[in-house]
Structure formats: structure tokens, C-alpha cells
Design a protein. Structure first.
Length: 248
């Protein structure tokens, strides 16, 4: 909901559009256009990482079903963790599966030094039939902000060298193609950047994926721009960081 600002605001469709063909029972693509699979990091450290997983699926069939939901974590081609749960879902309704797993001595995502990510495959099966599968990159890290010492990634201080990035191009506005996002990322990497402030809105999913792969620390913002927004934004930042940053 941009009010006013020093950047252009466009209308129309400016993001990728995908046609999805699924089985009647599938991992739901209807939860705010997400992939229907959510991972929440718990108690991540250099020695252990606990992860909660929520999988949302939908059964548009006219009969009740029992499906098996599995989550497999791979380090390259090596399977390091696997969990499965059997879930009953009524006809023409949605369901959720909740799975938990841990990784001992996790390989942490460590910015530009080592932007390592696992691969996670989430599958919904009925008997031996695979109904749907979602494959995602998966990084583990922990961080905190100290009011006096700055930003710490995985327990080590990281001096942030960043830029402010707009999703914009001459003649095409913000309907960027994948190669434009890649070009921007290549330029930033060549500059020695290790952090990016995405101003002032949620940008294309492509830039988030590229940032993960390149090792960029991201500052993402909500699209609330204007004079009225500045004190509210400052207050939100203080509330988010109140445990580690002194706000005045």
C-alpha cells in the first residue's frame, strides 16, 4: 500500500505467472501463493539444529483419503534426515501435517564465506503413488544484533557492507526478467557487497533465491512508504530488536 515515495509505483502484472497442474490431492499452492511447506528453525547452533515443519495440502476429491507426508533432507546427494507422517484428510477440504527433525553438527549458511544450503524434498503419497513433491533449498543459521558491537552471524561479528536495491529497469519498470536480477546480483558481488536492503517493498522471489545462493544478508521491508510511515517503521524496528538494541 504505497502512499507516496521517491520511487515509481506501477500497476498490472509484473511478477512471474505459473500454470500449475496437480492431482486432486496435492501440496496446496493456495496459502498466500506459497509452496505450502514451511520450515521453522528452533534452537540452531553450531552443534545442533531443531526444525519444525508444516505441510499444507488440499484434497479436492469427493472421497476421504489417508496420505503419507514425508520430508527428506539431503546434503548434496546424501540423505541425512527423513521423517514421515500419515494424515487423514476429508473430501473437498484442506489438511496439515506437522513434522519435527534435528540435524547434528549442521553445516551452517555463513554469508559470503560459505553460502551452503541443504536440499529438502517434501512428498505427499497415497500408497505407492506419489501425488505431489516440492523441492526447496534449505539453509540454517543463527544471528543476533548488539547495540554496541553490531551484527553477528553464527556467533561471529560480521561487518555489513551493503547497498539499497530497487527492482527497476528503464523501459520495463519493475517487471524484471530473471537475467536482470542476476545482473544486479553479479554487480553487487563484484562490488564486495555482503548485505542488501530491499527498498521499499517485497521484491521478486528470484532476488531472494539469488541472495541465499550468493550469501547476501537481506533486510526486507513491507510496502509501507510515505511521511506517515517513517515513525511507524522506526517503532516497528525498535520493537523487533528491543531485546538487543537500545531505541530512543
Amino acid at each position: 500500500m504505497p502512499l507516496v515515495g521517491d520511487s515509481n509505483f506501477y500497476g498490472g502484472i509484473y511478477r512471474d505467472v505459473h500454470l500449475l497442474i496437480t492431482e486432486k490431492t496435492c501440496i496446496s499452492p493456495l496459502d498466500f501463493a506459497s509452496q505450502g511447506v514451511y520450515f521453522s528453525q528452533k534452537n540452531v547452533s553450531a552443534t545442533n539444529a531443531d526444525i519444525d515443519t508444516k505441510v499444507i495440502f488440499f484434497n479436492s476429491d469427493n472421497s476421504d483419503k489417508t496420505v503419507n507426508v514425508s520430508v527428506k533432507v539431503f546434503d548434496k546427494d546424501k540423505l541425512i534426515q527423513s521423517q514421515k507422517q500419515s494424515v487423514a484428510v476429508n473430501k473437498n477440504s484442506s489438511g496439515e501435517a506437522f513434522l519435527q527433525f534435528s540435524i547434528i553438527n549442521p553445516h551452517l549458511w555463513n554469508g559470503r564465506k560459505d553460502a551452503f544450503m541443504y536440499r529438502v524434498e517434501t512428498t505427499v503419497e497415497e500408497g505407492s503413488l506419489v501425488l505431489d513433491k516440492v523441492v526447496q533449498p534449505f539453509g540454517l543459521r543463527f544471528y543476533h544484533v548488539d547495540a554496541d558491537k553490531g551484527f553477528f552471524l553464527n556467533g561471529s561479528h560480521l561487518q555489513l557492507r551493503g547497498i539499497c536495491r530497487h527492482q527497476d529497469r528503464a523501459e520495463i519498470g519493475n517487471a524484471l526478467h530473471p537475467e536482470h536480477h542476476q545482473e544486479d546480483m553479479d554487480i553487487m558481488a563484484e562490488m564486495g557487497v555482503n548485505s542488501i536492503r530491499l527498498a521499499h517493498y517485497h521484491q521478486s522471489k528470484k532476488i531472494y533465491y539469488l541472495s541465499d545462493e550468493t550469501g547476501m544478508v537481506i533486510w526486507a521491508e513491507i510496502p509501507f512508504v510515505g511521511p506517515e510511515a517513517m515513525p511507524i517503521r522506526a517503532l516497528l524496528i525498535c520493537l523487533l530488536l528491543k531485546k538487543t538494541v537500545r531505541c530512543s
